[in-house]
Ligand binder design. Structure first.
Ligand SMILES: Nc1ncnc2c1ncn2[C@@H]1O[C@H](COP(=O)(O)OP(=O)(O)OP(=O)(O)O)[C@@H](O)[C@H]1O
Ligand SMILES: [Mg+2]
Length: 335
């Protein structure tokens, strides 16, 4: 038996023998496509190694599920914490990651432990790593190289053994070439690489995913026997799923909530082709009596959503600078 196959079986055994019900955990990975099989094999091989893992893939493809599975099979005693590097302003992110001393900045009225401290025996999942700003890239590199860091406003050297898993939907190698991501940090993070192809490129995973997600939805909604009609299933197979598994989950959940019975019919899925959507409602939108600020907050939020929190693209579309965007996000509390 080849080593790869043995590892794959091992990872399946690990999944089957864990205390958690295998069908419903936040780290349950389903699918039989070559990409998913490869991911399972890699988890079996590297989970307990402590090596950095870089997970790439479009939004909603399952990057966090993989990170959680790696942590669960790592045998590490500490917690799993996730932090989205693009969701908060840089200064706040620095203190979230490394902690701060009392008085480090206005409002820092007590010392606070950072994520590196809290996950010292656990796993730190750095989501959207491609959005990390240069100063934090340098600080992260230092923890990865030397295991040491200091709290914001502090001078004491602290040590962290946190296992780092990073994820991004961006092409980090291209960012290295452009000079917006440090090459040395890229190599430190890219020790083990896992890639999740978009859902439209692995249609063989659809059936298992639908079954898995419907099971979760049943539990959440206290329902039984929620199922798809034949035409709904055909529609699901034809749809390209730009938002990947997350979109599939959202659409199934909404359909289950709206369904009068247990069968999900195509109309409940609300999946339309672009041409059908365009001819949907030709009537004028109603005028909303709202302030410019509200309008701005909504528009900034909508564009961030559209770009999947890609701040560079968002700035380009909005025609504003990066600091201006960060100020608006903080001002309006967009999350
Ligand atoms: N292979 C899979 N097996 C089971 N569930 C999955 C799988 N892939 C994704 N999911 C589910 O789909 C949802 C989205 O997955 P996840 O949050 O891991 O994606 P992501 O790549 O981190 O997305 P985003 O870029 O939007 O943060 C989750 O509810 C997750 O449980
Ligand atoms: Mg994610």
């Amino acid at each position: 038996m080849g080593n790869a196959l043995r590892q794959y079986r091992l990872s399946r055994q690990v999944a089957a023998s864990s205390e958690q019900p295998p069908e419903s955990g936040p780290d349950t990975i389903v699918g039989t496509s070559p990409a998913i099989v490869e991911v399972l094999k890699t988890i079996g091989r590297v989970a307990d190694s402590g090596a950095c893992v870089l997970i790439t893939g479009e939004s909603g493809t399952g990057k966090e599920v993989i990170a959680r599975a790696l942590h669960r099979h790592s045998g590490r005693s500490g917690p799993f914490l996730a932090i989205n590097c693009s969701a908060i302003v840089e200064t706040l992110l620095e203190s979230e990651l490394f902690g701060h001393e009392k008085g480090a900045f206005t409002g820092a009225d007590a010392r606070k432990a950072g994520k590196f401290e809290i996950t010292s025996d656990g796993t730190l999942f750095l989501d959207e790593i491609g959005e990390l700003q240069p100063t934090l890239q340098a600080k992260l590199l230092r923890v990865l190289q030397e295991g040491s860091y200091t709290r914001v406003g502090g001078s004491q050297e602290l040590h962290s053994n946190a296992r780092i898993i990073a994820a991004t939907h961006r092409d980090l190698q291209a960012m290295v070439r452009e000079g917006s991501f440090r090459e040395d940090l890229y190599y430190r993070l890219n020790v083990i690489r896992m890639h999740l192809p978009p859902l439209r490129e692995r249609p063989q995973d659809l059936a298992a995913l639908v079954e898995h997600l419907l099971g979760r939805i049943e539990k959440r909604l206290h329902r039984t026997a929620v199922r798809l009609s034949e035409t709904a299933w055909r529609l699901i197979r034809e749809y390209p799923w730009p938002g990947n598994v997350r979109e599939l989950e959202n659409i199934l959940t909404r359909a289950a909530v709206l369904a009068p019975g247990d069968t999900l019919t195509p109309d409940l899925l609300g999946l339309s082709t672009p041409s059908a959507a365009a001819s949907d409602d030709p009537s004028q939108p109603e005028l909303e009596l709202i302030t410019l600020e509200t309008l701005e907050a909504r528009h900034v939020g909508a564009i961030l959503e559209h770009t999947h929190w890609h701040k560079g693209k968002t700035c380009e579309i909005l025609g504003i600078s990066r600091p201006a965007l960060d100020r608006k996000i903080a001002k309006y509390g967009i999350a």
